[in-house]
Design a protein around this ligand. Sequence first.
Ligand SMILES: N[C@@H](CCC(=O)N[C@@H](CS)C(=O)NCC(=O)O)C(=O)O
Length: 211
Amino acid sequence: MKPQNDQSSIELFSYSTPNSIKPMILLEELGLAYTLTGVNIKKGEQKTAEFLALNPNGKVPVLRAGGQVITESAAIMVFLAEKYQRFIPTAPADRVQMFEWLFFHASALGPSFGQAGFFKKMAPEKLPIAIDRFDAEAKRTLRVLDQQLAKREFLAGEYSIADMVNFGWIWRREFAEVTLDDLPNVQCWYDWMGQRPAVKIAIERAMALAS
Ligand SMILES: N[C@@H](CCC(=O)N[C@@H](CS)C(=O)NCC(=O)O)C(=O)O
């Protein structure tokens, strides 16, 4: 990881993960040139002293834009969307709804998917209470999303970072072992996003980091 001196350059530290894909989608949607630096979390590269100096929390993604280092995927999304004034609603009612769905993903959908996957697939001990709890939460949050998408084409009125952040974990839903069966509105929204050239490129670049 070289120090970055060019104030206009953008570098993303990332991997093929649900949280990493979000800023990659946004950067592609914005048509910005950026350097993608892979951090192989399976090899523990997120815990090296060099990486911890960037993000003491030891997680991807991390954005370095000009002199500034930004951690937390939701913060990166807000930073970029505000800087370029795109994919962030301006109408107050839509804007607050965008934040609602941003926090919903960060505090409910994302953690429940992550914990469901951990307790189902990675925990050394099978703990039914934890598996049942997080499986139920992951499925419940998906139903909440489906209800919103039954009312509106996008989560916050127009296609925005609220959609991109929720897409991340749903793209990696096999980790949590949940499906989109009986969630027609989420399925339709997910398919629409999946067809976007920017989303396709982001996924391609993310997957290449793991190969
Ligand atoms: N709240 C953080 C979560 C980031 C996160 O959990 N990243 C995962 C990959 S999706 C990671 O780096 N895991 C490696 C680890 O925890 O050691 C965000 O939204 O950026």
